[in-house]
Write a protein that binds this ligand. Structure first.
Ligand code: G6P
Length: 610
């Protein structure tokens, strides 16, 4: 993870770097720093802590410059202190750089460089890059040649921005496995880990591809491949606006994003459903009908919340398209010599489209002959570009570290994909019209649940002091139990476990007492009767129960301590409704416990390291 930024042009660089870094803080926030080119040298300022601390430090020094780089860190190698913060410099502080990624052969390189007389200051893997570039940098030769030489020795992943005191007004950027985008202004260029960082300044962007090295000066932009061949890059226009990436009056991004769900769900299906025929059209899923018919097996791979969405997709596709589906953690799949062949289709789900394990799992599957369908939110992200075909969820920028609106949009898109697959496999798809009707009602229904925010906050106040929670669900709502527990863990640091309700008797039931609240997703679907048995089992042991139930269920209220009602929908879409109260519950509990909701400790939004 980590976020990197850079600017060359005629404006004062420090405010631009700080502003862009703030927009990248979701990528890491344990330390930060900037380096600017000034008076023939390089000035570096770093802090342990957040961008605010860096801003305070920089305000005390008169840093005047028009080109520089910045970094917000999520530590991998070396604890998050000032010395380990980026930018890192070579021995003479003539070269400075910021890096996102991991240099895997850093120990070997460090030993070599120390033998050659280089002196290291930090414990980071990144610092070897600065010394390597120093090693290749001969006066008179352009910096980009030194960067190319250094990178040829490096194993690992990087998004990199480098400056050199000998070449003012120049940034060299390089990408391999970590996202990097160039912003194009008038006689000015930006570089950043993602688009929201720079879209206050420009909407014209160039997405860098792996293996490319770019040179930015106020006069222009050029790029070469790792073997120094020129590449012509296209400028693309960003069509969404900055407001979408700001808080818009909400105290936290997470709450804003929870409340955006009626709209993000609408966007996920806009232009994609045909009510008259009950069909879903996903223009980006370009598999032919023959290809769809010859799929022998689907593997869904993802991490975190996207993996939970994948579990729901498994149930949908098996029920309606009758194709065997397995769901795999990307981090497991990539390393276990998986059985994948050309008749396997891999569905890769990722909000960011940059998660390192998910990307590697996709590449592994493609390498073995499988076709990959990407389901991503971030437009132009690596998974979106490298998948064989795919579809965006169009949830808009998600900044809160705990994923909310991306999840519900992923589930909606999985429903559309299921309809698409079923229709092509069977020639017709009878349940389509009913599914479309249910999909169309979702935004209003979600809005209705959001209006219970105050009621949910009240309930949260009754549960916020507990330190252990159990979440139970069955069928389509077992993944919702996992997701509800994950939300609580992520942002309030409360131990929470999600379980398939019937499995409770094989272990977790031993934990139940009046100190262990149990959140039960007991909506009216085919598992309802069964889950009510599980409710009785909890009650019999003195457990305190909060149920998510379907409107009109008058029975459940007699058996549990609290109920939050959600409207009726078809079973595969119940997760979209049932998860909303759980997102709000986690949010309010975290706020009541004084936790930093948008930037929970130790987590990052986009995990671009394995
Ligand atoms: C991180 C985030 C999670 C997210 C997961 C997968 O752990 O904190 O919210 O679900 O990465 O991210 P992706 O972008 O691939 O969906």
């Amino acid at each position: 993870m980590c976020g990197i930024v850079g600017y060359v042009g005629s404006k004062q660089v420090v405010p631009i770097l700080l502003d862009s870094l703030k927009r990248l803080e979701y990528r890491g926030y344990d330390s930060a720093g900037i380096a600017v080119q000034s008076n023939g040298g390089i000035k570096i300022e770093k802090v342990a802590g957040k961008i605010k601390a860096l801003e305070a430090k920089v305000a005390k020094c008169e840093l005047k410059a028009t080109s520089g780089i910045g970094h917000t860190r999520w530590a991998t190698h070396g604890e998050p202190n000032e010395i380990n913060a980026h930018p890192h410099a070579d021995c003479k502080q003539r070269v400075a750089l910021v890096h996102n990624g991991i240099i895997e052969n850093c120990n070997v390189l460090r030993e070599m460089l120390i033998r050659e007389g280089h002196t290291f200051r930090s414990e980071t893997d990144t610092e070897v890059l600065a010394h390597l570039i120093e090693r290749f940098h001969e006066r008179g030769k352009p910096l980009e040649k030194a960067v190319l030489g250094a990178l040829a020795m490096v194993k690992g992943t990087y998004g990199l921005a480098v400056i050199c005191a000998d070449e003012p007004e120049k940034i060299v950027a390089a990408r391999h496995g970590s996202p990097l985008v160039i912003g194009v202004g008038k006689d000015e260029y930006f570089v950043a880990s993602d688009v929201p960082a720079i879209m206050g300044y420009t909407r014209d962007v160039i997405y860098m591809d792996d293996g490319e090295v770019a040179v930015l000066t106020p006069k222009g932009f050029s790029a070469v491949t790792s073997d120094d061949q020129e590449v012509i890059k296209e400028i693309e226009k960003i069509t969404w606006d900055l407001e979408m990436a700001e808080k818009g009056g909400f105290p936290h991004f997470m709450l804003k994003e929870i409340f955006e769900q009626p709209q993000s769900i609408r966007n996920a299906m806009a232009g994609r459903i045909v009510p008259e025929t009950g069909e879903a059209h996903l223009g980006g899923v370009t598999l032919t009908a023959d290809e769809i018919r010859s799929i022998s097996r689907i593997v869904i791979t993802a991490c975190g919340t996207s993996w939970h969405a994948g579990l729901i997709g498994e149930y949908m596709i098996e029920e309606y398209a009758r194709i065997p589906v397995e769901v795999e953690y990307a981090s497991e799949f990539r390393y276990r010599d998986p059985l994948v062949d050309p008749s396997t289709v891999v569905i890769v789900i990722s909000q960011s489209g940059e998660t390192a394990d998910t990307l590697a799992a996709m590449r592994e599957a493609q390498h073995r002959g499988a076709k990959a369908i990407g389901i991503c939110n971030v437009v132009g992200s690596t998974i979106a570009r490298e998948s064989d075909c795919g579809t965006y969820v169009h949830a808009g920028p998600e900044i809160g570290v705990a994923s909310t609106k991306a999840f519900t949009s992923q589930v909606v898109v999985e429903m559309l994909l299921t309809m698409h697959l079923a229709r092509h496999r069977f020639g017709r798809f009878e349940p389509g019209k009913g599914i479309v009707r249910a999909l169309q009602k979702l935004p209003e229904q979600v809005q209705g649940i959001l209006e219970k925010n105050e009621e949910i906050r009240q309930i949260a106040s009754e549960y916020c002091s507990h330190n252990n929670f159990l979440y139970l669900g069955r069928g389509y709502n077992f993944p919702v139990a996992l997701e509800g527990a994950l939300k609580l863990k992520e942002i309030s640091y409360i131990h929470a476990e999600g379980y398939p309700a019937a499995e409770m008797k094989h272990g977790p039931i031993a934990l139940i007492d009046d100190k262990m609240p149990v959140v039960v997703i007991a909506v009216k679907d085919s598992a309802y009767e069964k889950i009510m048995n599980n409710v009785e089992e909890v009650k019999a042991r003195g457990g305190r129960i909060l149920a998510i139930a379907t409107e009109g269920d008058g029975e459940i209220v007699k058996k549990v301590d609290h109920v939050i009602y959600v409207p009726v929908t078809i079973p595969p879409l119940t997760p979209v409704l049932a998860v909303i109260p759980l997102q709000l519950l986690a949010y309010h509990i975290a706020v009541m416990r004084g936790c930093n909701v948008d930037q929970p400790r130790n987590l990052a939004k986009s995990v671009t390291v394995e």
